[in-house]
Write a protein that binds this ligand. Sequence first.
Ligand SMILES: Nc1ncnc2c1ncn2[C@@H]1O[C@H](COP(=O)(O)OP(=O)(O)OP(=O)(O)O)[C@@H](O)[C@H]1O
Length: 234
Amino acid sequence: MSISVNGLTKVYGVQTAVNGISFNAGPGVLGFLGPNGAGKSTTMKMLTGFIPQTEGSAMVCGFDTVKQSLQVKSRIGYLPESNPLYMDMYVKEALGFVASIHGIHNPAQRIAEVIEQTGLTPEQHKKISQLSKGYKQRVGIAQAILHNPEVLILDEPTSGLDPNQLIGIRQLIRDLGATKTVILSTHIMQEVEATCNRVVIINKGNIVADDTLQGIKQAHNGQSLENIFISLTN
Ligand SMILES: Nc1ncnc2c1ncn2[C@@H]1O[C@H](COP(=O)(O)OP(=O)(O)OP(=O)(O)O)[C@@H](O)[C@H]1O
């Protein structure tokens, strides 16, 4: 398994944001769902080694996220919820900067490949601040996949996109999931149906469902994912 989470816990002050969760993930797109404040972003930050856990462990491609964080960072791509970008840089300049951090061999060729893959070709000569929200998201995804990681963590990558942009980004996520382990956080149930093989639902820091999309529907008498989500998180 590319991701193995065991008893992962995060306590902020007196609040337990993530409460001893365990799950595994392999290639494909895993939908990581939960209401606001459920602990999704906190879990994703721990998986990427961005913040340390309070208890438990997480392994990415067999490496411990805390003790072997460099090995983990070279195998993981992360698009944070806020998608922080260098607004004053040109698209290729920003990708060149990220390529230099990863020590990518032949960066020009790899940047051209990723620009093509993420559909950035028509906007590749612009400054990031001049791009629409959807194209900024594509730059965020391009940065996350530049070093060809085995694992991708995408925290609400499609929030605020128009329907045309949504279709493009969802297709890209599906394509990436054909070879990589993708963990996708989203509030859009339609998106889960369109892109995910499996879902994990977290509520108040605890996992309340971990199943294939088909399996979770069968277990709830064929109800819609939206109704299942509401019944499990209320
Ligand atoms: N740095 C922090 N310090 C204190 N509390 C925090 C911190 N980060 C998150 N929390 C709290 O931990 C809980 C889980 O937050 P988290 O951001 O992981 O939720 P989420 O599921 O990603 O929510 P959303 O869907 O709204 O993005 C929330 O109650 C939040 O207020």
